[in-house]
Design a protein around this ligand. Structure first.
Ligand SMILES: *Cc1c(COP(=O)(O)O)cnc(C)c1O
Length: 430
């Protein structure tokens, strides 16, 4: 077991502690919840830390990436880039060209304009690019998870226009139509919602296949859930594998022979449980009858996306909350150190009254923790990120924020201290 107190003495707080064993367990558990042979993309968006990504790679996942930075992280983690899937509603020519030069070949196509960019990139780089058309499904929104398609959306191509776009992709000499990409929801409420969504996806894909759209790869997306910043285990999907297998048999003839190959994507389910955020208590104070624990990390370390009022309503419950019987615990507001009232991680969380110098541990923050936070807001150093594998220390790093000049120096400006020096590790210009 890891000695958290010892790591804190060495690296300080705030500290993200990641255990690679949990990543491997999560991949195995997702694999067992899916039809035999289902291909899994690890979405680096959830946590691009190279050790975590490498653990997902070692378990046989490919990488789902959305930016040149994630392409670099995927490469550093050992993912073969020609098997990466590059997705996202806005891909600049520069980002795509750079990724193609690095070795990325497969892209999700989100619109006609996005396709024309892909075609031009294929011409410029003289590489044949494989395209999955991202489909915005046909059905109206249901009450599950966070839906990302079915109505007006910046994601994907409306169902009615997919067949026409598929033809353009096939006809262009620089592009190959690999198949279809769906990602209609994230963080599904339960197994039923997940299966319902996959079934809708399979119906839509089958309808497009019947219209003549060839499908060598069908990426049915994901939506696999996990607790966020509260104690608990990721859901176990007991009947999903059997029922999804049946749905595939019904709608996607050939899938058992890999025609089409079936893929899913997951960030949250694979990475959430590996991470714990350890924070130090800087102050404990009462105000108008309410108890505040002021921690040394807040929305600059965790939950910045919630502070924006979007996604994952944050109400962190530390592990300490489960240590004693409920009735002995007290409601505590968990505040961060930032000078803004949005910097609250938990409100009225019942836990043993913390004391100055105590540690508070927020579990299940391996996904959408660190890099989904307001990292640069108020300019504190970012949290330490310490990776262990069971009891063994693997790495300890800190993501750095730095400002570098870009472009030529403004005319008439006196040369800065860095300018004119040979390019070192932190060159003044490109
Ligand atoms: C965000 C995203 C994912 C990952 O979602 P999780 O909820 O972390 O599993 C996968 N695919 C696409 C296209 C996404 O935008």
């Amino acid at each position: 077991m890891v000695d958290t107190a010892k790591l804190v003495r060495e690296f300080g707080t705030p500290l993200y502690l990641y255990d690679l064993r949990r990543v491997r367990e999560s991949v195995a558990s997702l694999r067992s919840a899916l039809p035999t042979g289902t291909h899994i993309y690890y979405s680096l968006k959830a946590n691009p830390h190279p050790d975590i990504a490498a653990a997902a790679r070692a378990e046989g996942c490919d990488a789902g990436v959305t930016s040149p930075g994630e392409v670099a992280d995927a490469a550093a983690a050992g993912f073969p880039l020609d098997e990466c899937l590059y997705t996202g509603p806005g891909k600049s020519e520069e980002a795509v060209d750079r990724s193609v030069r690095e070795g990325v070949r497969t892209f999700s196509v989100e619109s006609e304009t996005d396709f024309r960019r892909r075609a031009r990139a294929a011409e410029r780089t003289r590489q044949r690019l494989r395209c999955l058309i991202r489909v915005n499904g046909t059905e109206a929104a249901g009450g599950v998870g966070l839906r990302m398609s079915g109505g007006p959306s910046q994601f994907g191509v409306d169902f009615a226009r997919v067949a026409g776009l598929a033809k353009s992709v096939q006809d262009h000499p620089g592009t190959t139509l690999r198949g279809l990409h769906f990602f209609p929801l994230t963080n599904a409420k339960d197994e039923e919602s997940l299966l319902e969504e996959f079934t809708r996806t399979l119906r839509a894909a089958a309808a497009l296949r019947a219209q003549g759209v060839p499908i060598d790869q069908l990426d049915i997306g994901g939506g696999f859930a996990a607790p966020f910043a509260v104690p608990g285990d990721p859901p176990v999907y007991r009947s999903l594998a059997d029922r999804l297998t049946a749905a595939l048999d019904e709608h996607m003839a050939g899938w058992r022979d890999g025609a089409p190959r079936i893929s899913v994507e997951s960030g949250r389910y694979l990475a959430a449980s590996c991470g714990t955020l350890v924070l130090g208590v800087l102050d404990v104070k009462k105000s108008h009858g309410r108890t505040y624990a002021v921690l040394d990390g807040g929305v600059n370390c965790l939950g910045g996306m919630s502070a924006t009022g979007r996604l994952l309503p944050l109400s962190a419950v530390p592990l300490e909350a489960t240590e004693r019987a409920e009735d002995k615990n007290e409601p505590v507001h968990l505040a961060g150190p930032l000078c803004t009232p949005v910097d609250v991680l938990g409100r009225g969380t019942r836990l043993p009254l913390p004391r100055v110098g105590d540690l508070v541990q927020i579990p299940n923050v391996g996904a959408y923790g660190m890099t989904a936070s307001l990292l640069a807001f108020l300019s504190h150093p970012s949290a330490a990120e310490v990776v262990v594998d069971g009891g063994r220390l693997v790495s300890a790093t800190r993501l750095q924020r730095e400002r570098r000049p870009i472009g030529p120096p403004p005319s008439g400006a006196a040369p800065g201290p860095d300018q004119g020096r040979p390019a070192g590790p932190n060159p003044g210009r490109r």
